[in-house]
Design a binder for this molecule. Structure first.
Ligand SMILES: [Cu+2]
Length: 133
């Protein structure tokens, strides 16, 4: 989670992992959170697999603060940073196969900059890791 001359962003912003992988979100610079798009998190739309566990970190401003989440359910997970969602600070994690869940459809109820900032699922499957911003 980074703020620099390129703005505020997740790096990588697209990632492919196997089910059961624990992903570490590390605060590099600036003040950021990592929050799943899920109705439990500020009434956001569901953009993680049905039945998967959502996550919500606080906003970290200290360098090297770490938040971890373990991804058990296969599918596509979209997430955002609360302070910078409006500026397009979002990310996408594919766990195993995409599976046709909510995040495999185009986003609608999101800020315009967020909608435009997700890496494509095809790119993630091909490259496994998509650098931000
Ligand atoms: Cu942020």
């Amino acid at each position: 989670m980074i703020t620099d001359n390129d703005g505020s962003y997740f790096d990588p912003k697209g990632l492919l992992v196997e089910p059961g992988t624990t992903v570490r979100f590390v605060n590099d610079s600036g003040s950021h959170s990592t929050v799943a798009y899920h109705p439990d998190n500020g009434d956001q739309p569901l953009r993680i697999p049905e039945g998967a566990t959502p996550w919500q970190s606080k906003a970290y401003s200290s360098t090297d603060a770490v938040f971890e989440h373990t991804f058990e359910t296969e599918g596509v997970y979209d997430y955002y940073c609360t302070p910078h969602e409006m500026l397009g600070m979002v990310g996408r994690i594919v766990v195993g196969e995409p599976q046709g869940g909510p995040a495999t459809t185009a986003p609608t109820d999101l800020p315009p900059a967020a909608k435009e900032s997700f890496p494509s699922i095809d790119d993630i499957l091909e490259k496994q890791r998509i650098a931000g911003p």
